[in-house]
Design a protein around this ligand. Structure first.
Ligand code: DLL
Length: 431
């Protein structure tokens, strides 16, 4: 099976646009009628759903921000009566109340469909077994992947995150061909096999579907080698549906992840002005959920930084997004320079003596922000190699334009993912 839904995944751009326009017009009618927040937003902007004739007019609609969801906690943005809602998820959020999202029966079917498409693009096939190490619970990762894999006809092993020893046993004994988890947890699993001297060549696992946090080629090489898999990127967010908003194809690695744009209409906008940017230019990713019933969103500001572009040589017609550089609210501003941790990760990758286990410690000294890069070396002896340390600091200065202290750490000394998303920044500045 090369596609889960060939007809939809290879629609001509004209057909795709027609479908989007039709779906957008239904969506606008529904939200205007059923979500008081959107009616107010339209009225205040002097807009009526009829003014939006096609996706080309979408930029007339104001953005929806995370704060709008918080202001309507928990169910104030739902567009259907609660008795039509079949599932509720929530994302924890770092401050205050969680963001609550809901799904009708049809929403859950769409969720299964986009995850099934994503799994096939990642290399999975019906009849294979999926080791699902995304967390089950309010987080959309576990149940989201579960539903799509079931729809595809896979056997799901619902391991959830954590309990690494048990994960290793299951990977060896249950012989799953596909694993899904966060990239940082794939690092943990890979390091644990290595530590125990278990040869991963003997595992059945061939494909990894990794996402839920930013990651770069540095981590890809490490986990592909460590677990003997082909690893692809899966992206998503609970507000839009969960995992499966976009997915990279296992035979098109490094060329971006397909956004299933018959369901999620993407735009990339300027972080400061909100202006829509041309394809290929980096900015904030914004989505309109074209088919969602319970919790539809118009022009939702994800805060994720990337670019989008069509790829004429690709297997599918849908637009691709580049890997996420970071979240604009996670961007550090250090002595006037914008910094995403993935920029440091890319530099680390260029040094053969280093592993991609690292973190950035941010402190304030004499009123100046300081960043210290702590990174593990592959061998204990290299941890004392000042030469490597100086080279890394120089490369960072040349590439990013910031002087950072570099600390080389012995293998297995930097905290690893225990199952979920890993925070790579430790900010010790007083708030
Ligand atoms: O992380 C959904 C998900 C589950 C995606 C499993 C992929 C796999 P939230 O907890 O709502 O949902 O977090 C969404 O995580 O806005 C991004 O900042 C980040 N994120 C998700 N996938 C990726 C990725 C799930 N592939 C937030 N690359 C998003 C970079 C990602 N960042």
């Amino acid at each position: 099976m090369e596609y889960f839904n060939k007809e939809k995944e290879t629609l001509s751009l004209d057909a795709l646009r027609n479908l989007q326009n039709k779906r957008l017009s239904h969506l606008l009618e529904r939200v205007y009628e059923n979500v008081p927040f959107y009616k107010r937003q339209f009225d205040q902007a002097g807009l009526h759903p009829d003014d939006i004739k096609s996706v080309d007019d979408i930029s007339k609609i104001p953005f929806t921000k995370k704060s709008d969801l918080r202001d309507h906690y928990p169910y104030g943005m739902f567009a259907t009566p609660m008795d039509e809602v079949q599932r509720i998820h929530a994302s924890s959020g770092t401050t205050g109340k969680p963001t609550v999202v809901g799904y009708t029966k049809n929403d859950l079917e769409v969720f299964d469909e986009v995850v099934a498409r994503s799994l096939v693009a990642a290399g999975a096939q019906p009849g294979m077994k999926l080791h699902n190490a995304y967390g089950y619970g309010l987080f959309t990762g576990g149940l989201g992947m579960h539903g799509g894999a079931t729809k595809l006809g896979m056997a799901v092993i619902p391991v959830s995150g954590g309990m690494t020893e048990r994960q290793l046993t299951i990977l060896q004994d249950f012989k799953p061909e596909v694993i899904c988890c966060t990239p940082s947890y794939a690092q943990t699993l890979s390091a644990s096999f290595l530590e125990k001297g278990i040869d991963t060549k003997d595992l059945a696992v061939k494909f990894g579907v990794l996402g839920a946090e930013p990651w770069t080629e540095a981590i890809r090489s490490q986990v592909e080698e460590g677990l003997q898999i082909t690893a692809t990127n899966i992206y998503g967010l609970s507000e839009i549906i969960g995992p499966g908003v976009s997915q990279e194809d296992f035979e098109e690695q490094g060329t971006g992840s397909y956004i299933w744009e018959d369901h999620f209409y993407p735009e990339v906008v300027d972080r400061d002005t909100g202006k829509v940017l041309p394809f290929g230019q980096e900015g904030v990713l914004v989505f309109t959920t074209l088919t969602k019933e319970a919790f539809p969103l118009l022009r939702y500001w994800t805060n994720d930084i990337c670019s989008i572009n069509y790829d004429a040589n690709a297997k599918r017609s849908h637009i691709k997004m580049s890997s996420i550089k970071g979240r604009s609210d996670d961007m550090l501003i250090i002595r006037g320079v914008n910094l995403f941790y993935t920029q440091v990760e890319e530099i680390i990758h260029q040094f053969g003596a280093l592993t991609p286990n690292y973190r950035l410690l941010v402190t304030k000294e004499k009123n100046m922000d300081q960043v210290c890069v702590e990174v593990e070396t592959k061998s204990h002896t290299d941890a004392a190699n000042n030469n490597i340390k100086d080279q890394i600091a120089l490369k960072i200065k040349d590439t990013i334009g910031l002087s950072m202290n570099v600390t080389l750490c012995s293998p297995n000394t930097i905290p690893k993912s225990q199952g979920g998303k890993l925070s790579r920044i430790v900010d010790r500045r007083e708030k």
